[in-house]
Design a protein around this ligand. Structure first.
Ligand SMILES: *Cc1c(COP(=O)(O)O)cnc(C)c1O
Length: 395
């Protein structure tokens, strides 16, 4: 049985080079980075090296990078931390976000709404894109934060961050701009100044680094409060003894992303993804592609197969050794239709018949060829079971 992994948006394997860089900090370099002695100082210096790599990648100052325990934590810190600080100035802070955010952004916004904040959730076009015009209309006097994902994790749609950033900069009152860039890091420019963002979230395990480590960029001068209190680590914004090996791993992963070799990987990934886009409609009839084809991450494709239920597709493919996903991994245990696909205007039933395929740097052409054939068989069988009548003779 093949073991073919096409779920890189959920998790990526650790790059052997990244693991090698981390290993000393899981073994003999175990010092606490807050200790004065040499063990501690070597750990501290490793953390600061990683911070410099991240800062260089984001084109910001090292002091503007805060390591966290995940991107979920970084998103929460950005949103709750900004609102907490704003509450000393504004009684009822207003947040603007979009309908296609990751749960790590949507849920803290919903929580803050229950706590008395105002929240506007911007709709998206049928292609999955936020419009600047909608954002402009949503801004109010009490708006303190806009949080828009850089590239969506389910449909790969790339949002117009630079446009939004430029507009927000002209605002009379200070409106902070946060983006969840987790899925974008591997493929898109993350220069915080050209994007015009004040806060930006990244995660190591989506870019061939370890799980359990993320980072938040916070522009100097931003009014933000911590969520937890303790020993003053990360300049008091995220206390807790640093995950030295994890942070070193995040730094090493970013170094690989920034390397010229990664550009070559990304070109190949796009070619393989485009092969899927070309081949699948040729051998499976009545399919639809969800999300923009132009403004899309090169490793992502999301199909709807009417008459074949997504969960059943996933399970049948899993039994044959293929790992894919319906929507996001985080919602895979819920029976609700993907909030991203329904935001595109898909009816619930259609959203339930969708599959996300995400490629990575270890994907090869043979895997894609084997996968397409297996997928066609599984879709055909499920459609037979559901009694689906194909509309065309595409098969
Ligand atoms: C995976 C993911 C997260 C969560 O990252 P963790 O480090 O696993 O908490 C947040 N946002 C997006 C867009 C993601 O894809």
């Amino acid at each position: 049985m093949p073991k073919i992994y096409l779920d890189y948006a959920a998790a990526t394997p650790i790059d052997p080079k990244v693991l090698k860089t981390m290993m000393p900090y899981l073994k003999k370099e175990f010092g606490n980075a807050s200790s004065i002695h040499a063990f501690g100082q070597r750990a501290l210096s490793a953390i600061e090296d990683a911070r410099n790599i991240v800062a260089n990648f984001l084109r910001c100052q090292p002091e503007e990078v805060y390591f966290t325990g995940s991107a979920t934590e970084a998103d929460n810190l950005a949103i709750q931390g900004i609102v907490k600080a704003a509450k000393s100035r504004i009684a009822k802070p207003h947040i603007i976000t979009s309908a296609i955010e990751h749960h790590a952004v949507l849920e803290p916004c919903q929580y803050l709404k229950k706590q008395g904040c105002e929240v506007t959730v911007l709709p998206v076009s049928k292609d999955g894109l936020v419009s600047l015009a909608d954002l402009k209309k949503a801004v109010q006097e009490n708006t303190v934060l806009v949080s828009v994902i850089y590239a969506n994790n389910e449909i790969g749609a790339i949002q117009p961050l630079a446009e939004i950033g430029k507009f927000l900069k002209q605002s009379k009152t200070k409106i902070y701009f946060h983006t969840d860039a987790v899925q974008a890091v591997n493929y898109l420019d993350c220069n915080v100044d050209s994007l015009g963002v004040d806060l930006l979230t990244i995660s190591a395990h989506k870019i061939y680094g370890p799980k359990g480590v993320g980072a938040l960029y916070v522009r100097k001068g931003t009014a933000i409060e911590p969520m937890v209190y303790g020993g003053g680590h990360e300049r008091g914004l995220r206390p807790g003894t640093e995950n030295v090996a994890g942070i070193v791993g995040l730094g090493a992963a970013i170094k690989e992303v920034a390397s010229p070799k990664n550009k070559i990987h990304n070109i190949r990934i796009r070619q393989l993804r485009d092969k899927l886009i070309k081949k699948i409609p040729k051998i499976i009839s009545d399919i639809a592609i969800n999300g923009s084809l132009e403004k899309r991450l090169p490793n992502n494709i999301n199909f709807t197969f009417p008459g074949a239920e997504g969960e059943a597709l996933l399970v049948a493919l899993d039994q044959k050794g293929f790992a894919v996903s319906t929507g996001s991994a985080c919602s895979s245990h819920s029976l609700e239709a993907s909030h991203v696909l329904t935001a595109l205007g898909l009816p619930e039933e259609t959203a339930h018949s969708s599959l996300r395929i995400t490629l990575g740097k270890y994907t090869n052409e043979k895997e894609i060829d084997i996968f397409v054939l297996a997928l066609a068989k599984v879709v055909e069988r499920l459609r037979e079971i559901s009694g689906y009548k194909t509309k065309t003779n595409g098969k």
